[in-house]
Design a protein around this ligand. Structure first.
Ligand code: ARG
Length: 469
């Protein structure tokens, strides 16, 4: 058996000029990024086409060379799309794979494409182009999720369920109101993505290796061709910074956390102990040993996968924090976290949308869950304040005594006889019963942002206007 360090290939055709022999096999393996950065190929070609057009417009390369380069790059893009292109790890990365193929196809003019450019500004450009598309796709996915939540909220604007604090039944709310809470979270998540996109949309192309170039390039022209708002102002910053990627991963981590909380609620709601909602068969799985099971695996995976996005953020931040200016090869490690986080979100967001769109609600189960939680205790205290001018603290104390009485009698507050209530607080009269049902409770919460069904209907319409148009 030969040791992996023995085999030496020929010097690299693209940068091997000063090397007598090629890299050791282990060097090739640690250096190669094409196994993952091939995902950048079409964006790399887009950047190269803009660069070639600019070089020709500036008279840096001839029109004939440009035409050969453009034609070759188009054919390579076709090969990549059809799957005919073979990426060679020996050629290190996606940039050199594309350039080597261009040389095969068109010969000498291929060597002129890299004039006034470096892989450093090239890869920074590719990353921004790729991430910009990914970010748009994630944002569109969140918009679909909001639409599904708003639809269900409208359908269930008056379905009453227990609202929790500390996972203890607290006050009645409506299911629609609960779902609209997530619409707001995902709305802020979209805002963070849009903010990050605006900051990332500057073109590094033309920063070259780190210092700019002596060729008379036109960075405005390439920036415009690639739909960037402007060229990045400082060439050193342009090649060395990855904060645009960190911003995406930070925003993605918050999205993952929101998805995970919603997924956790789906797991609870679908558990037979709760039975609040049912997911369609197509979104649940059975057990190979327990025939009765209907597991919410999709929700559990959404919850579980959120950790990958946080991991990507931590990994990139840690990789970057000790790097002196400007580019270091460490930075090649920026890609896998970015790809994995984006791909994870593009899986978990539509999975969540499918669950929300497909769920059915068991309104009776929700109502039963409120039978012995004394969820209208706050309504009773508020009634004492409103009707008898009692200070809220005293009303809270009186209500506590009534809850204790109901608990001892094993009944709900609304089932306590009037005399029993009067024994605790003489000023209580029969009108108290009007506030003790869960429906009266939610109907009374008409304050702005409150859970009253009429508020929920209006809030859903407002959310539709704000987020979906
Ligand atoms: N594959 C490299 C990366 O992703 C491209 C840039 C290489 N630059 C260099 N100076 N070696 O970081």
């Amino acid at each position: 058996m030969t040791s992996s360090n023995d085999s030496k290939s020929a010097a690299n055709p693209l940068w091997g000029g000063r090397f007598a022999e090629g890299p050791l096999e282990i060097m090739e393996r640690i250096n190669a990024s094409v196994v993952f950065d091939h995902r950048l190929a079409l964006h790399d070609i887009r950047g190269s086409k803009a660069h070639a057009a600019m070089l020709a417009a500036q008279g840096i390369i001839s029109a004939e060379d440009e035409a050969a380069i453009q034609g070759g790059l188009d054919r390579i893009a076709d090969e990549i799309r059809s799957g005919a292109f073979t990426f060679d790890p020996g050629l290190e990365d996606v940039h050199m794979n594309v350039e080597a193929r261009l040389k095969d196809m068109i010969g000498e003019p291929a060597g002129r494409l890299h004039t006034g450019r470096s892989r450093n500004d090239q890869v920074a450009t590719d990353m921004r182009l790729w991430l910009r598309d990914a970010l748009d796709a994630v944002e569109a996915g969140l918009c679909d999720l909001q639409a599904a939540l708003i639809n269900q909220a409208e359908t269930h604007a008056d379905v009453v369920m227990p609202g929790f604090t500390h996972l203890q039944p607290a006050q009645p709310v409506t299911f629609g109101h609960h779902l609209l809470a997530y619409v707001e979270m995902f709305g802020r998540d979209r805002g963070r993505l849009v903010d990050a996109r605006a900051r990332m949309n500057q073109s590094p192309l033309g920063a070259a290796a780190l210092a700019g170039t002596s060729f008379p390039i036109d960075r405005e022209m390439t920036a415009q061709a690639l739909d960037f708002d402007r060229p990045a102002a400082n060439s050193m910053d342009a090649v060395s910074d990855r904060d645009f990627c960190l911003e995406f991963l930070a925003a993605g981590s918050v999205i993952g956390m929101h998805l995970s909380r919603l997924a956790e609620e789906l797991v609870l709601w679908t558990s037979p102990a709760w039975n609040f909602v049912r997911l369609p068969d197509g979104l649940t799985t059975g057990s190979s040993i327990m025939p009765q099971k209907r597991n919410a695996d999709a929700a559990e995976l959404v919850r579980g996968k959120s950790g990958r996005v946080v991991g990507a953020f931590v990994s990139l931040l840690t990789m970057l924090k000790g790097l002196p200016m400007t580019y270091g090869k460490d930075m090649q490690e920026d890609k896998e976290p970015m790809f994995d986080a984006a791909e994870t979100l593009m899986l978990t967001i539509p999975a969540t949308t499918a669950m929300i769109a497909g769920l059915t609600v068991d309104a009776d189960a929700m109502r039963r869950a409120m039978a012995d939680g004394f969820l209208t205790a706050t309504d009773l205290a508020d009634w004492l304040v409103r009707t008898h001018g009692m200070p809220f603290r005293e009303a809270h104390h009186v209500t506590g005594a009534l809850v204790k009485t109901a608990e001892e009698a094993d009944c709900d507050l609304a089932e306590l006889p009037l005399e029993t209530m009067k024994a605790v607080e003489a000023r209580i009269d029969a009108t108290v019963y009007d506030v003790l049902t869960v429906d009266a409770s939610v109907a009374s919460r008409t304050s702005l942002g409150g859970t009253a069904p009429e508020r929920v209907v209006a809030a859903a319409a407002e959310a539709r206007r704000r987020y979906l148009t």
